[in-house]
Design a protein around this ligand. Structure first.
Ligand SMILES: NC(=O)c1ccc[n+]([C@@H]2O[C@H](COP(=O)([O-])OP(=O)(O)OC[C@H]3O[C@@H](n4cnc5c(N)ncnc54)[C@H](O)[C@@H]3O)[C@@H](O)[C@H]2O)c1
Length: 332
């Protein structure tokens, strides 16, 4: 069992606390939130609580920290954890610039510590199936991805919420939902080479932008067309087109309370086939993959190049959304 401290007990941290409590591979020994109300959430789970991150870093019982804090804090909290000799699972995005992502990955590698990332969509069963169809050549050469992850959960947030701030969420929906699609695209197509993005405030009071369109061009020549909106009801779709066939995955409900997926595949010369996948605990699978890596049982399945490559592309999205035009990504 890997003993962990959970940092940040907001929307996502509460979900993580429940998942950790039910895992045979993880033990929640401590939690931290600057809001003292967090005590009532974790004390029933048998974990210690404090309002100071340093308490978790000083606790010898803590092997790893799980960061569920606002994005702009991730880098500093990762580097502090590494200095204290703790493994790190960081919620997405890992960092807001490529330089900071490289700094975090390098610090973990030099200290021989595992760095996990909250990109659980990689572990959803239909995405694993899609990856298999691509790897075994069934879909042929990948040509293009079309993906959409939109929701209207943020419409009720107060205007001063950190998720709506330019510091924590440049390019509106990008850091909330678009980042998952960008990461999936990098994991399937490799490094990005250029990006063009447009963000606009069209249908809500969200001044930081509610409508984002991104085109990512990859070193392979393939494209990903990423759509993320914050002023329309939930929709989740991920499609990959190859020169032998295509596959499309549609979420039946928001991943927070997944009801499973429908996957449709179409191979050249054949009829299209649709298949339903039951809901699956992708967030827990990701966390347990991290626990296995900490225990030395298996390497964590997200590579360093993917960790930094996703953030390199993210930084290019921010720059394009801010300044307009096409932005080259920095490799590696
Ligand atoms: N993987 C996913 O699908 C997914 C979904 C939602 C959120 N997230 C990520 O989880 C993270 C948190 O998002 P959220 O929606 O839960 O935000 P939130 O605002 O609901 O919660 C953040 C919590 O962190 C606490 N906090 C802030 N600074 C702190 C500090 N220095 N030390 C300890 N606690 C601190 C806040 O008091 C709050 O309780 C973000 O990185 C977000 O992108 C991931």
């Amino acid at each position: 069992m890997t003993s962990v401290a959970l940092i940040g007990l907001g929307w996502w941290g509460k979900i993580m606390a429940r998942l950790i409590a039910e895992s045979p591979k993880l033990r929640l020994v401590r939690a931290v939130d600057i809001d003292p109300a967090g005590a009532a959430i974790v004390r029933p789970l048998g974990a210690a609580f404090s309002t100071n991150y340093a308490d978790a870093l000083a606790d010898p019982a803590v092997q790893a920290v799980i960061l569920c804090t606002p994005h702009a804090q991730h880098r500093e909290q990762i580097l502090a954890a590494v200095a204290a000799g703790k493994h790190v699972f960081c919620e997405k995005p890992l960092a807001l610039t490529r330089a900071h992502a490289v700094e975090c990955v390098t610090a973990c590698r030099n200290a021989k510590l595992v760095l996990g990332i909250g990109h659980e969509r990689r572990f959803e069963p239909p995405i694993l199936e899609l990856r298999k169809l691509l790897a075994d050549g069934t879909l042929g050469t990948p040509l293009q991805i079309e993906a959409n992850f939109s929701q209207d959960k943020f419409l009720s947030l107060p205007a001063d919420n950190w998720r709506l701030s330019a510091d924590n969420a440049p390019a509106g929906p990008m850091t909330a939902t678009g980042i998952h699609l960008l990461d999936l695209s990098v994991s399937l197509l490799g490094p990005a080479r250029r990006v063009v993005a447009n963000v606009a405030q069209l249908g809500s009071q969200l001044r930081n932008g509610d409508t984002l369109g991104v085109m990512v061009n990859f070193a392979s020549g393939a494209n990903a067309l990423i759509s993320a909106m914050l002023a329309t009801p939930f929709v989740g779709r991920f499609a990959l087109y190859g020169n032998k066939g295509w596959a499309e995955i549609v979420d039946k409900a928001h991943p927070e309370a997944s009801e499973g997926w429908t996957m449709t595949t179409c191979l050249r010369g054949e009829k299209r086939v649709s298949r339903d996948f039951a809901a699956a605990p992708a967030v827990l699978v990701n966390l347990e993959g991290f626990a296995d890596a900490v225990a030395g049982k298996a390497p964590y399945p997200v590579t360093d190049a993917e960790l930094t490559g996703t953030i390199a592309a993210l930084e290019a999205v921010f720059a394009s959304a801010r300044n307009g035009g096409t932005v080259e990504t920095v490799a590696g």
